[in-house]
Design a protein around this ligand. Structure first.
Ligand SMILES: NC(=O)c1ccc[n+]([C@@H]2O[C@H](COP(=O)([O-])OP(=O)(O)OC[C@H]3O[C@@H](n4cnc5c(N)ncnc54)[C@H](O)[C@@H]3O)[C@@H](O)[C@H]2O)c1
Length: 445
């Protein structure tokens, strides 16, 4: 779906109007292409905490050039600030001291990552206050930085210092083009272990990935990106979508299974297929979803129930069946697809928002119980350009597109890249997170 306004803003007259009238300025976001460097430029590392040195080493392992000294006239593609040493509100001035002089030295589509300690895990109240303050700082910076740049805070638990590579690689690269203003925890729940990635080009080589709703839209893109990263994909979709599913899976040498995930025996059939054909599964992505919008006053029971059944009950039951049968391999990854509606709510979507908030509940409930390096996380997409959003009335669509820090909708690949980061063998310490892929939408926190 083309964004005609964005196209117009790239023309000479469009540029003039954007500048003089202060109109939204949706810059063309950089997205990663196979063969390109992960970060096309230098990352400046600042701050004095427990992470700085290991960050430099991990960036080096990823092939990302970094420096700890700001040079006059130098442009930076990324900034990493180690704020773990900030232990009181007075110390927060270190943020201003580091960032203010360097803000004009950033390239477009630059990346900023502030590293902290999870506030709930520090014992000292003053330090907890100061660490929590990092969220407000990063969210505001995300709203003012502009030019397609992004800002996140990554809270790193004690013991997880060496487990940052996959997370830094994602948030410093164009793979996180449409993710901004997010708060991520590494090592706060479950394992803090660092797992080395054997093959950087194909980090998912040898892995089997189950993707529901894989015949089109976001699910198709998830399947393609996981395949790009080396996984064998088992795509699942309804019988009505069988030919599209087979076509997509044929292109990526994948396997397919057609069934309705709400069928009573669906969890058992999926488990049987996974066991018989693949011996187990490494990545499970619960992407299949439907909307059946109506204001609650007019909501028929079937619209309510079908939405909850597809979006929430099926992911719950499939997850339970695969875990109970021991079919999720060690270092396995489970990913739920929530929605911004599940966080902020949306008119006409009480059923959908309940189901998508429930997906976050599933992550909260299961994350602390997992062993063997298995993780569960969720993505919460905002406005993503798909057939689903193309059908939204024009004015609502325009509002959805523009009311975010990027002034544009995201692409299915942005959701897929976020899932690929969760799925990486290097993300064992990334458990229990919900990351919004929404260009820092103004709705919700
Ligand atoms: N597009 C967006 O802007 C957006 C925003 C937030 C969240 N999401 C979520 O992302 C996911 C994918 O959305 P999309 O835009 O690609 O939707 P889509 O309608 O294009 O694709 C959904 C896929 O799920 C499949 N599916 C539906 N019911 C199924 C069932 N019972 N059993 C098996 N497969 C079933 C469909 O056949 C389809 O292939 C959904 O969970 C959706 O709620 C999308």
């Amino acid at each position: 779906m083309s964004d005609r306004y964005q196209f117009f803003t790239q023309t000479p007259i469009g540029r003039l109007l954007v500048k003089n009238l202060g109109l939204p300025d949706p810059v063309v976001l950089e997205r990663w292409e196979p063969g390109a460097p992960l970060v096309d430029g230098t990352v400046l590392v600042g701050g004095a905490g427990r992470l700085g040195e290991s960050v430099v080493g991990q960036l080096d392992d990823l092939g990302i050039a970094s420096t700890r000294t700001q040079e006059d006239g130098e442009k930076y593609k990324g900034l990493v600030f180690d704020a773990t040493g900030i232990s009181s509100s007075a110390d927060l001035v270190q943020l201003q001291e580091f960032f203010t002089p360097v803000m004009r030295s950033l390239t477009s589509c630059a990346r900023v990552v502030v590293l902290g300690t999870p506030p709930e895990l520090v014992e000292n109240a003053e330090q907890r206050v100061a660490q929590r303050a990092l969220e407000g700082f990063t969210r505001s910076l995300g709203k003012e930085i502009g030019r397609g740049s992004t800002v996140q805070v990554v809270y790193v638990a004690e013991g997880a210092e060496a487990s940052l590579a996959s997370t830094l690689g994602f948030f410093l690269s164009p793979k996180s083009a449409y993710v901004s203003g997010q708060v991520v925890r590494v090592g706060a729940t479950g394992s803090t272990d660092a797992v080395a990635i054997a093959d950087v080009e194909k980090p998912l080589a040898g892995k089997v990935a189950l993707v529901t709703g894989a015949s089109r839209g976001i699910g198709e893109q998830i399947a393609r990106v996981l395949h790009r990263d080396g996984a064998t994909v088992l795509g699942v979709d309804v019988p009505q979508a069988a030919s599209e599913l087979q076509a997509v899976m044929g292109e990526i040498d994948g396997d397919h299974l057609t069934l309705d995930i709400t069928a009573k025996d669906a969890p058992q059939r999926i488990a049987r297929h996974v066991k018989t054909h693949h011996g187990g599964v490494d990545i499970v992505v619960h992407n299949a979803g439907i909307t059946r919008d109506k204001k609650l006053a007019n909501m028929p029971e079937d619209r309510w129930s079908s939405t909850i059944a597809v979006n929430l009950t099926a992911p719950e039951q499939i997850t339970r069946e695969l875990l109970e049968q021991g079919l999720v391999n060690a270092n396995g990854r489970i990913v739920g697809v929530s929605s911004i509606a599940g966080i902020a709510g949306n008119l006409g979507q009480t059923n959908y928002a309940a189901s998508k908030a429930g997906v976050i509940g599933l992550v909260d409930a299961i994350a602390p119980t997992l062993t063997d390096g298995i993780t569960i996380n969720a993505v919460a997409p905002g406005f993503i350009e798909t057939k689903m959003t193309a059908a939204v009335p024009l004015m609502t669509r325009e509002v959805g597109r523009r009311l975010n820090s990027m002034s544009q909708g995201g692409l299915p690949v942005d959701v897929a890249e976020t899932i690929a980061w969760y799925s990486s063998p290097g993300s064992t310490a990334v458990n229990g997170n919900v990351v919004r892929v929404c260009g820092q939408m103004m709705l919700g926190a």
